[in-house]
Ligand binder design. Structure first.
Ligand code: ATP
Ligand code: MG
Ligand code: MG
Length: 404
């Protein structure tokens, strides 16, 4: 694999390409999942070389990247070895070894976004403390260390009480809800106990969840994608509607909160800001992801520059692209993956088969953005795809896509 790399190591430890692309910088990505794979797709268009560090030999990005180093992005020595091969180091997942990245930065390795941003974001409690210090509106929160402090939080915030794990959270897997004081211990145990590091958030009865993808270039230029509405199913982002159907005032507020949040973090790249819109018109920050995000997949079809191209442009120092929508409306429908052989697999396959017959729909591995001239038409197209009595839904019509 090394031999096929066509990379020359420079004296500074960075790496330069022998061929000319839009940028000569080799982009090293920690993580080779779905997002890493989509980064590789965008990179291919610009002849930017992406190398991946991921422990899974057949991780989603493995077939599309220029080089895949099989190893853990959590292991210091492995990350250091990987960094030698990159012009810039970035991430497709925030749960990486931030301490190692901080050490590498001191040695001159170029990490974008900065290790400090990853350190703050990967601990959701630290993230909340950080944003509250920067005056970003948030649901009330409090660390809990034992039953006594959890009960105190319940008294303060009321029920239901959202209990969250500080670290290694994704798809709601670090969240548990206690509907009453009696349920605290059950919820805490489900999360692995107080020793895992927990905190609580006041329950926010939002009217909508919104998300804003913000990009910052190396020259500190900052641009925002249109505000989208996200609809979650079992804590997983299931549907994204772009643009969000909210007033101009809310669009402006959401964009301002997102920009302010990202301004408080260091480094270049795409950041996704997840927000709650409350009935009284407040926009509260839920969390930030320091990377492309599933609420931005629709940008591949619907925006002048996709979030993946934008992230690459930002981290290698190219001019940022226009984030505006080129189509009036878009929906991303996420088929929640099932293992082959599970009942859901056939359903996913049928949906993909149907999507291929819908005007304006594109299928991506795991995701289905549908675009159209208005939100009404896009919704109607999606509905026709999901209708159970849809004709022509033979599984053999489906493409060979990986459902994980
Ligand atoms: P992701 O996959 O986005 O990283 P996660 O595991 O980090 O998810 P959160 O974003 O914290 O989880 O929460 C998942 C979902 O749970 C949110 O999108 C929202 O629907 C709901 N939720 C989170 N916090 C609260 C809260 N304080 N009040 C009400 N609902 C909440
Ligand atoms: Mg999260
Ligand atoms: Mg989230």
């Amino acid at each position: 694999c090394r031999a096929s790399l066509e990379i020359q190591e420079s004296s500074s430890g960075g790496a330069n390409l022998q061929v000319h692309g839009v940028s000569h910088t080799v982009v090293g990505v920690l993580g080779g999942g779905q997002l890493g794979r989509m980064l590789c797709e965008a990179a291919s268009q610009m002849a930017i070389k992406v190398i991946i560090l991921d422990p899974l030999e057949d991780c989603p990005a493995s077939k599309l990247c220029h080089y895949h180093m099989v190893g853990s992005y959590d292991d210091s020595a492995t990350v250091e070895e990987f960094a030698k091969r990159c012009g810039v180091l970035t991430v497709e997942i925030e749960h990486v070894d931030a301490a190692t990245l901080e050490k590498l930065e001191k040695q001159g390795v170029d990490c974008q976004p900065k290790a400090s941003a990853l350190r703050i974001i990967q601990d959701k409690y630290l993230q909340k403390v950080h944003f509250s210090r920067h005056g970003i509106p948030l649901p009330k929160f409090m660390q809990i260390d034992d039953l006594e402090s959890a009960k105190r939080a319940g008294d303060l915030f009321g029920y239901p009480l959202m209990i969250k794990s500080k670290r290694l959270a994704y798809d709601g897997r670090g969240n548990a809800v206690a509907k009453s004081e009696d349920e605290i211990s059950l919820a805490v145990n489900a999360l692995g106990g107080y020793a895992r590091g927990l905190y609580v958030e006041k329950w926010t009865s939002f009217v909508k969840e919104l998300s804003v993808i913000v990009v910052r270039g190396r020259d500190n230029t900052m641009l925002c994608y249109p505000v989208v509405e996200t609809i979650h199913r079992e804590n997983i982002c299931h549907i994204v509607k772009s643009p969000a159907n909210v007033s101009w005032k809310i669009l402006k507020l959401a964009t301002d909160v997102a920009q302010k949040a990202v301004s408080s973090l260091e480094g270049a790249g795409v950041f996704a800001v997840e927000l709650f819109l409350t009935a009284d018109g407040q926009v509260l920050l839920n969390e930030v992801a320091p990377r492309p995000h599933n609420s931005g997949h629709h940008t591949i079809e619907s925006c002048l520059t996709s979030q993946f191209e934008q992230h690459l442009r930002a981290v290698v120092g190219l001019p940022l692209g226009d984030p505006s929508m080129k189509t009036p409306a878009a929906i991303m429908y996420n088929i929640l993956g099932e293992d082959e052989g599970e009942p859901g697999f056939l359903l996913a396959n049928q949906l993909i088969g149907r999507a291929l017959r819908i005007p304006g729909a594109s299928v991506h591995w795991y995701d289905k953005p549908v675009i159209g001239p208005s939100m009404g038409i896009v919704e109607a197209r999606l509905k026709s795809m999901l209708r159970e009595d849809s004709k022509n839904d033979q599984p053999e019509a489906a493409p060979r896509v990986g459902i994980i």
